[in-house]
Design a protein around this ligand. Structure first.
Ligand SMILES: Cc1cc2nc3c(=O)[nH]c(=O)nc-3n(C[C@H](O)[C@H](O)[C@H](O)COP(=O)(O)O)c2cc1C
Length: 396
């Protein structure tokens, strides 16, 4: 076991917040804040986490549950637990070949990993590293032909579902990135970079690893016809020109004959539209509070969405999951599984694949313990009777 792997072992790292602190120690501020931050006042980011505190558990005591069954299926795929690694862009800034490291940890744990379009590693290499179930997340950056190229490559590489993110018509206003000089550092202009380089120089271990990994990545899965992979600095402008509309979802449905997951559902109305266009699953998600600040926390919206769509589509949730008990609460309110973004990105930033594996282990151990304390033998048995929910969340 190397030094970094040891650094995320217990008792040093017992929970996701410990991984967050470890990531903060290893990463330059500009990279840590890219993971940790949210849009504008970050009120939705905080609310996502707090919503889990508002729902309380109703245990059945004096019940023996010697074994707890965490297994479930998501879109027909058998998984060892109801946890999915969410698409997180630019993982290669967090750790060398970061997307491959995360996918490998997910594959070893028997859970699904969703790869972002904005990945630094080629999707074929990530699929090969994983060996487990993989989903490909689609942004239309680079235009339709470019997206079709990505879709074709994802199909050939064996990705089993396409996850289309619909809440990014423009990048959210992430003030920490601006204050840290993310734009200047990407500009390649030494004069502009100079006021911001100190935060990088004080993290020499990260810097050496970053340079050994080839330095600033390109987006290997966004291949612009006639030009090649998209440059990192071009992404913000490209995102603004690549709004996904319900019309686009129709041609995406035609172009991809495996399951489609729509990510970024905030309301019952959009959930019904997702059903109408033939999606197979949806993710109640506000992008972890990174897009429109001031929207409701996802856990709070979940009952409304579940009652709007019934069992016509699988409902997933992300946003604010930091404990196994949070997963239990989301399942009690009707989610089939949850996605986590920051929980594993902190692990990746702290210690690469070992940190991601540690994040998954923490959530798995939490989940088993919470089920035992609840007196519930399996995730399949979780329902509303195990939680108390604020009455105004339950508008039918
Ligand atoms: C650093 C970072 C990068 C992200 N990049 C993407 C992305 O490229 N595509 C996407 O659909 N969502 C992206 N997300 C959003 C996640 O998929 C997910 O919705 C969110 O992280 C869930 O909230 P949580 O971080 O509280 O778990 C990103 C999130 C983070 C933290």
């Amino acid at each position: 076991m190397n030094r970094l792997s040891q650094s995320v072992e217990p008792p040093r790292v017992l929970n996701i917040e410990d991984l967050r602190r470890a990531a903060k120690r290893r990463l330059p501020r500009v990279v840590f804040d890219y993971i940790d931050g949210g849009a504008e006042d970050e009120s939705t980011l905080r609310a996502n986490c707090r919503a889990f505190e508002t729902v309380t558990l109703r245990p059945r005591c004096a019940v023996a549950t010697p074994v707890c069954d965490l297994r479930t299926t998501v879109l027909g795929t058998e998984v060892t637990m109801p946890l999915i690694l969410a698409p997180v862009g630019s993982c290669r800034l967090m750790y060398p070949r970061g997307e491959e490291a995360a996918a490998r940890a997910a594959g070893e744990a028997g859970i699904i990993c969703a790869l972002s379009t904005l990945s630094g590693c080629r999707l074929e290499d990530v699929a090969a590293a994983s060996g487990g179930p993989m989903w490909y997340q689609l942004y239309l950056v680079g235009g339709r032909d470019c997206a079709l190229g990505g879709i074709e490559r994802a199909r050939n590489a064996g990705f089993s579902a396409l996850i289309v993110t619909i809440d990014t018509p423009v990048a959210g206003f992430r003030e920490r990135d601006l204050r840290n000089g993310a734009k200047e550092l990407l500009s390649g202009n030494l004069g502009a970079m100079l006021p911001f380089v100190n935060q990088i120089l004080v993290r020499p271990r990260w810097l050496v690893a970053f340079l050994a990994d080839g330095g600033l990545m390109k987006f290997e899965n966004v291949v612009i016809p006639g030009k090649g992979p998209m440059f990192y600095a071009d992404v913000t402008a490209a995102l603004e020109q690549s709004v996904v509309t319900w019309e686009d979802l129709k041609w995406i449905r035609q172009a991809w004959n495996r399951p489609i997951v729509i990510k970024g559902i905030h309301t019952a109305e959009d959930a019904r539209r997702a059903v109408d266009i033939g999606a197979d699953a949806l993710v109640v998600s506000n992008h972890g509070g990174r897009q429109l600040d001031g929207v409701a926390p996802t856990l709070c919206v979940l009952p409304e969405v579940v009652s709007a769509v019934g069992d016509r589509i699988e409902v997933l949730l992300d946003g604010g999951v930091r404990r196994g008990g949070d997963i239990v609460k989301a399942l009690c309110l009707g989610a089939r599984a949850v996605l986590v973004g920051r929980a594993y990105a902190y692990g990746l930033g702290a210690a690469g694949g070992a940190g991601v594996a540690r994040a998954i282990d923490i959530l798995r151990a939490d989940l088993v313990r919470t089920l035992k304390l609840l007196g519930c033998a399996s995730v399949a048995e979780l329902d509303r009777s195990y939680v108390d929910v604020p009455a105004d969340w339950l508008k039918e």
